[in-house]
Design a protein around this ligand. Sequence first.
Ligand code: NAD
Length: 377
Amino acid sequence: MENPFQYADDLGPTKIIHVYEPALGLKGVLVVDNVAAGPAIGGLRMAPDVSTEECFRLARAMTLKNAAAGLPHGGGKSVIFGDPKLPRRDKEGLIRAFASSLRNTSEYIFGPDMGTNEESMAWVRDEVGRSVGLPRELGGIPLDEIGATGWGLVHAAEVAANHCGLDLEGARVVVQGFGAVGMHAARFLADRGAVLVGASDSRGVVSDPAGLNIDGLRELKSQGKSVAECEGGRKGNLDTILDIDCDIWIPAARPDVLRADNVSRLSTRIVVQGANIPATEQAETYLHDNGVVNIPDFIANAGGVICAAMEYQGSNEAAVFATIEEKIRRNTQLVLHAAVGQNVTPRRAALDLARARVEKAMDFRRWTVFSSAPGFL
Ligand code: NAD
């Protein structure tokens, strides 16, 4: 039997709940990591190969992301073990049953993640009334459609560019993973004069030093095609996205794409992390040692959760864009300033910033007062 407290440290998790409903074949896990700042927001992931450990790591990442973004929310995550491509009715049954069994766990607010979407969040809301990432018809702000995360990445990129004396006008950008995050980042950067010189998706890579047609690539993706099916440009296999000469390299696909064995192939001045955990610790240290400005995931890609938290408060799209800009610019500046001042990697600086905010929020909570009282326990 695994030790149920193996993940416990001074931040959490406060609850791990296993959900099992044999009649439906439902198996799921909820990890509520830390709720000092408020009820946890985090995605519901549906995949056959998830685990409690993965759920805990993702919940902790949400604690740090939400704290860094200064949101009145802690971090949590939930997973359902299953195939997200199940027939719609079967999937709906599992998601409804999972949400319903967590009806009374009011310190967790469901959001969309891999394998779930706006429709899933509508089912959750119908069951328990607590979800974000809802369809427009239910007051939702469709964060992928409006490009909430891409908008935040652009502001992180602009602050990083100012930091290293790079002009965005004419800056060359490469996007790995031309999906919801990557395509909007490319579009918003192009609005500031940058040029997309390389893009990839799961089926291929295209590059052109003279610039790619972003609208054309988006059109291809909307037709279910690959960016590598565009006319012109140089095509290559997936790995070659690392070798394209650029000023800003944006990972927006998979975890651990930058590692000790390949990071030296990058030829860029800035990395802005759109994907979650796209670089290993060794790769980030390499970037730091080689003068590449690297903005960590939970600082740069918080636009989506900021949008979700604002939706929960009943906010609107215009306010969402303004808040993402303000929060991500300020955090990127704070992190870069601290990294230079303390000669640490931006991730170390970001972790310190986020942890300090969680600890401060914990200071306001009642158990902390009791634990420091003489004779407690
Ligand atoms: P998406 O599915 O819309 O897009 C992902 C893109 O990456 C697709 O075009 C896919 O073809 C491509 N891809 C997959 N494997 C690849 C590979 N090996 N090489 C190159 N391209 C590959 O997903 P998304 O919502 O854009 O999310 C992308 C990443 O950003 C994920 O890591 C996600 O966790 C993270 N993220 C997303 C959001 C959000 O708001 N959607 C917020 C924070 C973090």
